[in-house]
Ligand binder design. Sequence first.
Ligand code: NAI
Ligand SMILES: N[C@@H](CC=O)C(=O)O
Ligand code: NA
Length: 436
Amino acid sequence: MASRTLSIGIVGLGTVGTGVIRLIEENAMLIARRSGQTISIGAITARDRNKDRGVDLRGYRWVDDMLEMADDPELDIIVELIGGSDGPALTLAKKALTNGKSLVTANKAMIAHHGLELAELAETNGAALHYEAAVAGGIPAIKGVREGTAANRIERIYGILNGTSNYILSTMETSGRDFDDVLAEAQALGYAEADPSFDIDGVDAAHKLSILASLAFASRLDFDAVATEGIRAIQAADIAQADALGYRIRLLGLAERHDGDKASELFQRVHPYLVPKSHPLANVDGSTNAVVAEGNFSGRLLFQGAGAGDGPTASAVVADIIAIARGELSPAFAMPVKALEPCAPAESGHRIGRAYLRFQVADKPGVLAEITAALRDADVSIESLIQKERSPNDAVLVAMVTHECAESQVNATLDALAGSSSLLGEPMVIHILGDE
Ligand SMILES: NC(=O)C1=CN([C@@H]2O[C@H](COP(=O)(O)OP(=O)(O)OC[C@H]3O[C@@H](n4cnc5c(N)ncnc54)[C@H](O)[C@@H]3O)[C@@H](O)[C@H]2O)C=CC1
Ligand SMILES: N[C@@H](CC=O)C(=O)O
Ligand code: NA
C-alpha cells in the first residue's frame, strides 16, 4: 500500500459525487498503486446532509460551508460536483485555486464561461485544473485531444456531445415513444442537467464544443460564438422521414478553424444533423457520446463511450485526481492561457452542403408552388420531395432534401417564405452530414 496520502474534499453528492465515492471505495487499492498515493476522502458536503443517497457517508467528515474546504490545510484537492456556471461553484473554484489547491471539476458550464480565468489562476498559483468529466463524460476526450493529438494541426472536431439528447433521439427512433416521456426517463437515469433545457436546447453540447475547440485549435475559448440549436423542434415525422431517406438524426457539435491570409476564424455550431446510416456517428445510441478529431498527421480519430451517468463520469473525475497525484500539472488548455490565440467567429453562410427542410403547410392549392418558387429564386434545387398526408390539425407535412448549396441560399429561401400564411409553424432545417 502507498505510504503517502492525498486528501480530497468532495463538494456535491448527487449522481456524480456519489459515483466518485463508490468508485474510490471500490477501487481504492488499484488507485493507490496507480497513483503512488492513497486517495483519501478528507471532507464532503452537499445541500442536504440527511438525504439518503444510497451510499454510507457516516465515515466521512461533513463540512457545512463548502468554502471552508478551500481554506482547509488538510485538503490537497477540491472536487467540485455541484454544477452551475457562476454562483457557489465559481466562488469555490476561484478560492481553491487562489489558495494553490488543485481543482477537479465536471462542470462544463463553468469551464465554458470561466475556464480561461480559472486556468490563469491555476497557472499563477501552481495548482492544477482538471475537467475531464466536463466533456463527453467517461470518454478521455480532453486527454485525447490535449495530449494525444498535440503534434497535429486539427482540421475539424465534431461529434455527439450530449447524452440526454442522443438518448431521446435514438429512443424515439427505435421505440416511437414520445419526446417528453423519453426525456423524463433520461432525467431518472441521471443523464440530464439540473435544467434539462440545457440538454435539449443544445447549450450543454455548446459548452463542451467550445472547450474542445479551444483545445483543438489552440484558440481562446469562446462559448458565446457557438451557434446553437437543439432538438426541441424535431418531430417523430422527421425521424421517420430521415429513416426512409437513409439517415438518422443526431445532435452534433462541430468546430472548424479557417486560416485566412491575415487572420484565423473559428466556426462553432451545435445543430441537429441527418447522419448517413453508414457513418459511425449514426450508430451511436442512447447516452453514448462520440468525438471525431481530424489531425493533419493522425488522420481521423474517433473517441466513443458513455457520455453521462454516475459510473462513467466518476471514472473521468477520479482519473483527474490520479493525474494530480502523479504530479501532472500540465496547463488546463494545453498551453499557458496567454499563448492561446483569439479567433473571430466564422459565418455559416458560405458553407456548402445538403439540407433537409420540413414545412408544415395549410392544405390548399398553390402552397407547394409557393415553396418551390422560393427555392428557385434562391437557386436551391431539390433532390427529393415528400408530401405527407394531412395531420389531425389540418396541417400537411412537406419534407425535402436539397442538392448541395450554400447555407446562405437555404436561409434566403426561408427568409422569402417568412410570414407566409401558407406555413403553419416554423420550418425545420436539418443539415446533412457530408464528408466531415
Ligand atoms: N450527471 C451526469 O451524467 C454528468 C454531470 N456532469 C456535471 O457534474 C456536475 C454534477 O452533476 P450531477 O451529479 O448530475 O448533479 P446532481 O444534481 O445530481 O448533484 C448536485 C449535487 O450538488 C449539490 N449542490 C448543488 N448546489 C449546491 C450548493 N449551493 N451547496 C452545496 N451543495 C450543492 C446538491 O445537493 C447535489 O448533491 C454538474 O456540473 C454536471 O454538469 C458532467 C458529466 C456528466
Ligand atoms: N447532461 C449531460 C451530462 C453529461 O455531460 C448529458 O446529457 O450529456
Ligand atoms: Na471526458
